[in-house]
Design a protein around this ligand. Structure first.
Ligand SMILES: [Zn+2]
Ligand SMILES: [Zn+2]
Length: 196
């Protein structure tokens, strides 16, 4: 089934994003989920694509801290997520390198290639523009500047449905990075003071 929806497409390193119709010509495969996006943050990493010296392929749908509702799964996605769950989306990782096996997926050996410089190879392309021209494989495992995102379930975390879903996307990058610096690198604890 082909799903058509709106997305913000970046077509050149100089031009602004254009909101246009795109087509997703696949259902979720094993280990993947389809998420109807409720909101996404705009992070400096989305803007840094313009300074990537051409290594981030275009045209592309960016967006790497999205949040939304799971609307389809490719069988059992393997991390307890199911249709109707609210989820926050974060970066992609391979799941089998030394650092992924040591529970440090942020240091995945394939982090740069999976997230920044091309994504997982797709042949034939799964996301195209309205004319059928390929868009770059998903950015940071999600491409969430769009009404729907096809995501490896290992990038997604279920969240409390009582929370305002449209505001939770930055938990997937901005807050995650800041909290990691404070809690892990600074090892700040209760009662400590710090300047942000
Ligand atoms: Zn970010
Ligand atoms: Zn890995």
């Amino acid at each position: 089934m082909t799903r058509r929806f709106q997305a913000a497409v970046l077509r050149s390193y100089e031009d602004p994003f254009t909101v246009e119709e795109v087509a997703l010509c696949t259902e979720p495969g094993p280990g993947e989920i389809l998420v109807e996006i409720a909101g996404a943050g705009m992070c400096r990493t989305d803007l840094a694509v313009r300074r990537s010296a051409g290594r981030s392929p275009l045209p592309s749908v960016l967006g790497h801290e999205g949040a939304g509702v799971v609307v389809a799964t490719g069988g059992d996605p393997g991390n307890g997520l199911g249709v109707g769950d609210h989820a926050v989306l974060s970066f992609d990782s391979c799941g089998h390198c030394r650092n992924c096996r040591a529970a440090s997926p942020a240091y995945c050996d394939s982090f740069a290639s999976l997230n920044l410089f091309g994504g997982r190879e797709e042949e034939p392309p799964r996301l195209t523009d309205a004319a059928g021209k390929a868009l770059a494989p998903r950015w940071f495992g999600q491409s969430s500047f769009a009404a729907y995102a096809l995501v490896p379930a290992r990038n997604a975390v279920r969240v409390d449905p009582a929370l305002p879903l449209e505001l939770l996307g930055p938990l997937g990058c901005g807050f995650l990075t800041g909290a990691g610096a404070v809690l892990n690198t600074f090892a700040a604890g209760p009662g400590d003071t710090l300047v942000v």
